[in-house]
Design a binder for this molecule. Structure first.
Ligand code: SAH
Ligand code: DHB
Ligand code: MG
Length: 223
């Protein structure tokens, strides 16, 4: 068996043993695929991780940058208590329409506030509403803009908030200082900003699984 095949088999084994069968999440992926959206949603085990993280944190307010078909949105919105709110930002109106239907089917339309537009434009509008700080920010959109999202994530959070950045490993390409890939450059710049920031403690974890070899960064905002 190839390494890749073993990663898939083990990821599927974890999902089968630990995650409940879920027609709503399955439908979200099926409808996303049927509409031609790319198959780049978080894996089931990472979706479950985000759900647990939000509950461990006691998150009431969550910001997501990059909705796609709403798969990670549903995992996270389900973690919120009564009265909780998740704002999710999506540039592509077609993706947003698919997500809206998936979120509606999940019975989460009253929890999720989906805003269509480039996040670099919708984030200042959101900040202009002087929202209550977010407890968790999940950044998973266009990677070259990660430095922009870093700044907004910090503006929109407070001590005790958690920032998660997806896709930080990218087959190990992130460790290549000579990379000319704008996504790698954007993610490396985000890493540097975390490193320099006095109010952030952070780590990053590599993962293998159904999405190949990638990882995420987790940062805690300090007082
Ligand atoms: N979080 C989703 C996957 C997001 S994929 C999940 O795990 O289910 C990345 C998404 O970011 C895509 O839908 C893409 O259209 C969107 N995106 C790309 N550039 C963007 C931008 N500038 N502003 C907001 N969203 C953007
Ligand atoms: C891509 C984007 C993602 O957010 C992801 O998790 C995997 C792949 C991509 O653009 O290729
Ligand atoms: Mg991602």
């Amino acid at each position: 068996m190839s390494d890749e095949a073993r990663w898939h088999a083990t990821d599927n084994y974890f999902a089968e043993r630990l995650l409940a069968p879920d027609a709503v999440l399955d439908a979200a992926l099926r409808e996303s695929a049927a509409a031609g959206l790319p198959a780049i949603a978080v894996s089931p085990v990472l979706g479950a991780f985000l759900n647990l993280l939000l509950r461990i944190r006691g998150a009431r307010r969550v910001l997501e940058i990059g909705t796609l078909g709403g798969y990670s949105t549903i995992w996270m919105a389900r973690a919120l208590p009564e009265g909780g709110r998740l704002v999710t930002l999506e540039a592509d109106p077609k993706h947003a329409a698919v997500a809206r239907a998936n979120i509606e089917r999940a019975g989460l339309a009253h929890v999720v506030d989906l805003r269509v537009g480039r996040a670099a434009e919708t984030l200042p509008l959101l900040a202009g509403e002087a929202p209550e700080p977010f407890d968790v920010v999940f950044i998973d959109a266009d990677k070259p803009s990660n430095p922009i999202y870093f700044e907004w994530a910090l503006k929109l959070t407070r001590a005790g908030s958690v920032i998660v950045l997806d896709n930080v490993a990218r087959n190990g390409e992130v460790a290549n200082a000579a990379s000319t890939d704008p996504s790698v450059i954007g993610t490396r710049a985000f890493m540097d900003m975390v490193h320099r920031h006095p109010r952030l403690d952070a780590t990053a974890l590599q993962m293998v699984g159904v999405k190949g070899y990638d990882g995420f960064l987790l940062a805690l905002v300090k007082g």
